[in-house]
Write a protein that binds this ligand. Structure first.
Ligand code: NAD
Length: 561
């Protein structure tokens, strides 16, 4: 029996400033980012060590957390702490180029990799769910989902609307924890968003947080507001109360001039999707009382909802699934055209992955927001707006994020950069630390949802050109190459994003500490890490990846000789 061991008396918060409580900045960064993940401003349930994404944790239990803090404080420059699912299990002598921390979270052998077995082992205190950036200590709060959603809509704009959503109307539903980023992501791309939710509080909360602009009285009012703003090419987001399975078909029948349709209701869980004809207030009790009956009705409603989405597609709109499994649920209800529209990764994100692009992020260990403002400016200088549509969208994001994003915990920034860009940014950041322009070092990392670091057949690797969706050698190679290149900490996880048995993914964080050695590590890691994205997509046969490899000198042996 583990002895009772509770949370610390006060909230966990990373120290700020330049005073070290460890033997070097690599260790200090790991310590501060671990603590930052559990800062109440950052974590959803810090008392339970849960950072985000259901039960994604930063440490297995408080005893393990304390042991990691204690160990990091005495860890030498040639030592490495090993973490097994949130518990420190060893310290080994390595060398200065080696990571200071190596992390493996939630990994199970194939035949055992399901929630039931995982929960059994978790109950025994043997493992924890690490999600993606929870157990690898580089979660930065809701800025991540906002940026990812912004990037998706920017990619839609680039693919179909000449690089801007100005003059277009996007119809979507779901204003929850993640889906609530949609209205702001659309207006940041200068478009109009019409967002349906059946929960009045979800609409109000988004307005309070300034993610949503206005609430319409009814559907006609919403449509009037939307078309006026569209005609003036003015960004506007409008919330409307109702059931998407009613309102989306109604809008189709009205011939509403919708350009883009997607959805982020919680369709992945049929007990969380409101069936047609059920009052929102009765939803929870009905789902609890008759889960089977509720599921059948929710799926039938999803089929109506998806049928209307397909109707919009037939009428010429750009329609995509936003990773909530609504197509699969509609198909289960017997709707045979559910997969007529694509998932968002194959439709828009994969071309970015082919260029090694993905969610690059960094946190200011000083705690000083001025450091992030300076790095924002450095990014704008490094990647001039006029050079490409993608740079223009990067500029729009960085400027809007500077105005609209409230930092949670240590100030941080995220933006998507590709092969040949991340290393450039990282080296500039390291120079800024060296010259004293920044008050302290930066921790530079990324999400595991990246171009060459994840195998996830329902999401990031859905519908690969060569059918290699479930091949998981890539994230393993990615972790190994980051270890070999000098990352500060490297992690290898199972089940993030889509659950047990469905994904394997890796992460890295590298510290810009202003030293020459730090700069050399950064150049290698931030070249090789996105390089994995390029070679993974060359291997799968993507032309864009082949041109990127040729133009930017990424070596692929099977294309040589
Ligand atoms: P959430 O549960 O916080 O919010 C869901 C919202 O949908 C709620 O506000 C609810 O009131 C509303 N809703 C439910 N049924 C409805 C109906 N019939 N009509 C109108 N509104 C309805 O969930 P979340 O965290 O916002 O995530 C939403 C979905 O998006 C999930 O399925 C999640 O898995 C998926 N997701 C995908 C990605 C990705 O791959 N890009 C990222 C994040 C979330």
């Amino acid at each position: 029996q583990p002895r009772p061991y509770g949370p610390p008396p006060g909230p966990v918060r990373a120290p700020r400033g330049t005073e070290l409580s460890t033997l070097g900045w690599q260790q200090e960064a790991a310590l501060r980012m671990l603590q930052n993940n559990l800062d109440p401003e950052v974590a959803e349930h810090p008392d339970k060590l849960v950072v985000y994404g259901g039960t994604g944790k930063a440490a297995r239990d408080w005893r393990s957390f304390d042991a990691m803090v204690r160990t990091l404080r005495t860890l030498k420059q040639d030592e490495t702490m090993l973490v097994q699912s949130g518990r420190p299990v060893g310290v080994m002598q390595t060398h200065e180029w080696a990571p200071r921390v190596l992390i493996a979270n939630s990994n199970l052998v194939g035949d055992w990799a399901n929630w039931e077995e995982f929960r059994r082992l978790e109950q025994l205190g043997l493992t924890m769910y690490g999600q993606m950036t929870a157990g690898s200590w580089i979660y930065i709060g809701t800025q991540g989902i906002l940026q990812g959603t912004y990037e998706t809509f920017a990619a839609v704009a680039a693919k179909k609307f000449g690089g801007t959503l100005a003059g277009t109307i996007t119809l979507t539903a779901g204003l929850g924890g993640m889906g609530g980023a949609q209205p702001l992501a659309v207006t940041m791309n200068d478009g109009v968003a019409l967002c349906i939710d059946c929960d009045p509080r979800a609409i109000e909360r988004r307005i309070e947080h300034r993610y949503l602009d206005v609430k319409a009285d009814d559907l006609d009012h919403a449509l009037r507001l939307a078309t006026e703003a569209r005609d003036a090419r003015r960004p506007l987001s409008i919330g409307v109360l109702g059931n998407a399975a009613d309102l989306v078909p109604q809008l189709l029948a009205m011939g509403a001039p919708i350009d883009i349709v997607t959805d982020q209701t919680s369709a992945h869980d049929p007990l969380a999707y409101l069936p047609v004809g059920v009052d929102f207030d009765d939803m929870a009790s009905y789902a609890a009382k008759d889960p089977a009956g509720f599921t059948t009705r929710a799926r039938e409603s999803m089929a109506r909802h998806v049928e209307a989405m397909v109707g919009f597609q037939d009428a010429g709109a750009e329609v995509f699934d936003y990773g909530n499994s609504i197509r699969g649920e509609a198909q289960l209800a017997g709707y045979d055209r559910a997969f007529a529209f694509p998932g968002f990764v194959p439709a828009y994100i994969r071309p970015l992955f082919c260029e090694g692009k993905g969610p690059f992020r960094w946190a200011a260990l000083s705690g000083d927001p001025a450091d992030i403002a300076k790095t924002d400016k450095a990014i704008l200088d490094l990647f001039p707006e006029a050079e490409s549509i993608q740079n223009a969208s990067l500029h729009r994001w960085i400027k809007m994020a500077g105005e609209r994003v409230h930092f949670q915990g240590l100030p941080a920034r995220i933006c998507w950069l590709g092969y040949g860009e991340r290393d450039k940014a990282g080296e500039r950041f390291n120079d800024m630390v060296a010259s004293g322009e920044l008050a302290a070092p930066l921790a530079i990392g990324r999400d595991h949802l990246d171009c060459g670091s994840v195998a996830s057949p329902y999401r990031e690797t859905e519908a690969m050109l060569d059918g290699s969706d479930a091949i998981a050698d890539w994230p393993l190679l990615n972790a190994m190459v980051n270890v070999a290149s000098g990352a500060s900490w490297v992690s290898l996880h199972h089940g993030g994003g889509v659950g047990m048995g469905r994904s394997i993914h890796a992460g890295q964080v590298t510290v810009a500490d202003g030293t020459k050695l730090g700069g050399e590590k950064i150049r290698r890691v931030l070249t090789n890490d996105p390089g994995m994205g390029v070679i993974r997509h060359v291997d799968a046969g993507y032309d864009i990846a082949e041109s990127v490899a040729d133009e930017r000198g990424v070596r692929v042996p099977m294309r040589e000789g």
